[in-house]
Design a protein around this ligand. Structure first.
Ligand code: HEM
Ligand code: SF4
Ligand code: SF4
Length: 522
């Protein structure tokens, strides 16, 4: 059920993302920058909030008047615009968060050891909503009155307060400025807790993208400015506790559940509890079948630190040497953070297939898909390539090549294959061309695998593809599983390009028998 939903959402995202790729290009695609945009919006909300706090009167008697004053007088060109920025950036944050959560779900980037980012996302939802709701309350207009009464009645439904707090709103005389000051405190404290939780949220991610590209940031600011000028945020008339608030306009980003809170507070609490528990349980519904984590072979590790640089999940660190070899440090794997992507194997200088030995021990390897196994599979696949020119695909099983068996070396990430493997295939005449096929450009399953692969092929990152490798015989195809048609088109174009080149020298006879299976490891 959850998996069916995941496939449907994935298809939807892929469609929209492809369209946006065409408009913005993969680097500026907003859907690939949702977390970063969320952070950016947080800073906009924080800066505009500090500005507003400077001109806002926090006393219950003057709160409404002070907001009105800066929203409608000559101050509307700075403080009024800041108010609108504050409101619309907060609204947009909800949209970004919802899309970001859905996208991580659809890309299946939340199960297994990636549970941490997901679980820490759950309180973020709560803190963001509480921050927004307490903000609406501060304006002390009719909407604030409605929120105040409904929220306190909702809280009173839970048996936590000795005295019902809704009593504070029975009459104008019962509302104290102290209560209002508490609200102001909450509206500052909860966003700070939110910020702290956001920091925790990205602790298991290397180089988290927390700043959107400048152009995208500028476009977001311009959009907010345009909305603020065209439709400035306004209050809904002063609150008056002597009257029952007449119907108010609700903000559907922050307050969509308020009608239910009004009608059936018990049902709403039930819904919120069930949704929270369900969300928190999702990383284990069902649990991810994963390969064993990366393992270090100290004899082949010189402590160069390349794998530490490349691991996308903070799973590696350099520690003092323990085996007496003449190097200062060695690498250590934190099995609880390792997603078994194999990128570290692709980074290690010991991962070279040009050795004559049958076994290819390397500094860091996946026990369930070793580097030795990779070379054997490549040889076996090469022996079965019949279509000419012969193309060997090095494919990520999360991308469009994930379902191919006949010509594809299936890997958990294309960056698991060191560039020397491409060199090996071409220089040994095992194929006429190598296609490196990963996830869609804006949606690398392993976050950094695509970027590292591209940089290695371009010679910008160690280990790089040697200059002697004929670049015209290497292609990269970035396509998601729902974009199989484009994958085939690009492969056909590559084949035609290869056909126009002089033939490769024939493959030497294999020295040993190798299994012909290219089954992906679970
Ligand atoms: C305003 C709210 C949020 C912000 C600003 C935010 C921000 C971020 C950022 C910057 C990253 C790192 C992205 C990268 O560099 O690859 C990230 C990752 C992630 N977020 Fe959020 N996040 C928010 C809410 C949530 C929520 C509500 C959930 C789910 C309940 C969630 C789930 C995840 C997951 C699963 C990852 C890790 C993906 C991976 O392992 O590749 N986030 N988030
Ligand atoms: S397999 Fe991936 S997550 Fe694990 S240590 Fe290597 S690079 Fe890091
Ligand atoms: S890349 Fe290889 S040699 Fe370098 S620290 Fe990692 S395991 Fe050791």
């Amino acid at each position: 059920m959850l998996q069916l939903l995941q496939r449907i959402v994935r298809r939807g995202f892929d469609l929209v993302e492809r369209g946006l790729d065409r408009v913005f290009g993969p680097a500026l695609n907003p859907l690939a920058q949702l977390g970063a945009l969320g952070f950016f919006l947080f800073w906009i909300v924080a800066v505009s909030g500090i500005y507003l706090f400077a001109v806002f009167d926090t006393g219950v008697d003057n709160a409404y008047a002070s907001v009105e004053w800066y929203s409608t007088t000559g101050h509307r060109w700075h403080a009024g615009v800041m108010r609108s920025f504050h409101r619309y950036a907060s609204d947009l944050m909800i949209v970004m968060m919802a899309l970001h959560m859905l996208r991580e779900f659809s890309l299946d980037r939340y199960r297994g050891v990636r549970w941490f980012s997901w679980i820490t996302g759950v309180p973020i939802i709560w803190f963001l909503y509480i921050s927004g709701i307490t903000g609406y309350w501060l304006v002390w207009d009719r909407l604030a009155q409605y929120i105040a009464i409904t929220s306190t009645e909702l809280l009173d439904w839970l048996p936590i307060f000795g005295e019902p707090i809704a009593r504070n709103f029975l009459a104008p005389s019962s509302l104290s400025s102290r209560f209002f000051t508490l609200l102001v405190f909450l509206h500052i404290a909860v966003p700070l807790v939110l910020l702290f939780t956001l920091w925790v949220h990205i602790q298991r991610i290397t180089r988290p993208r927390i700043n959107p590209p400048r152009l995208l940031a500028a476009m977001t600011l311009l959009t907010l400015l345009a909305a603020s000028l065209m439709k400035p945020a306004m209050s809904q008339g002063p609150a008056n506790l002597a009257t029952v608030p007449s119907p108010v306009g609700l903000d559907w980003f922050y307050l969509p559940l308020y009608p239910l809170a009004d009608a059936a507070p018990g049902a709403l609490w039930g819904l919120l509890a069930a949704a929270t528990v369900m969300l928190a349980a999702m990383p284990w519904l069902p649990p991810l079948r994963r390969m064993r984590p990366a393992a270090v072979d100290l004899e082949h590790c010189n402590g160069c630190g390349r794998c530490v640089e490349d691991c996308p999940y903070e799973a590696l660190q350099l520690v003092p040497r323990t085996d007496g070899l003449p190097y200062a440090v060695q690498v250590e794997v934190n099995a609880g953070k390792c997603v078994s992507c194999g990128i570290c194997t692709g980074s290690c200088p010991s991962s070279t297939p040009f050795r004559t030995a049958d076994a290819l021990p390397t500094g860091i390897d996946l026990p369930d898909l070793s580097f030795t196994d990779m070379r054997e599979r490549v040889r076996a696949l090469a022996a079965t390539l019949t279509q000419t020119p012969r193309i060997l695909v090095i494919g990520c099983w999360h991308g469009a090549a994930g379902s191919r068996r006949q010509d594809t070396l299936q890997l958990p990430c294309v960056a698991m294959a060191p560039p020397s493997l491409i060199d090996y295939v071409l220089s040994r005449g095992l194929a006429d061309g190598v296609a490196v096929a990963g996830c869609a450009e804006s949606a690398c399953y392993n976050r950094l695998g695509l970027e590292w692969t591209r940089q290695r092929i371009a010679g910008e990152r160690d280990p790089y593809l040697r200059a002697r490798v004929p670049r015209e015989r290497v292609a990269t195809i970035w396509a998601s599983p729902t974009d199989g048609a484009r994958f085939e088109d690009e492969l056909a174009v590559f084949r035609a390009r290869l056909a126009a080149l002089p033939p490769q020298p024939a493959a030497p006879a294999p020295r040993e028998r190798v299994p012909v299976s290219s089954e992906a490891v679970p």
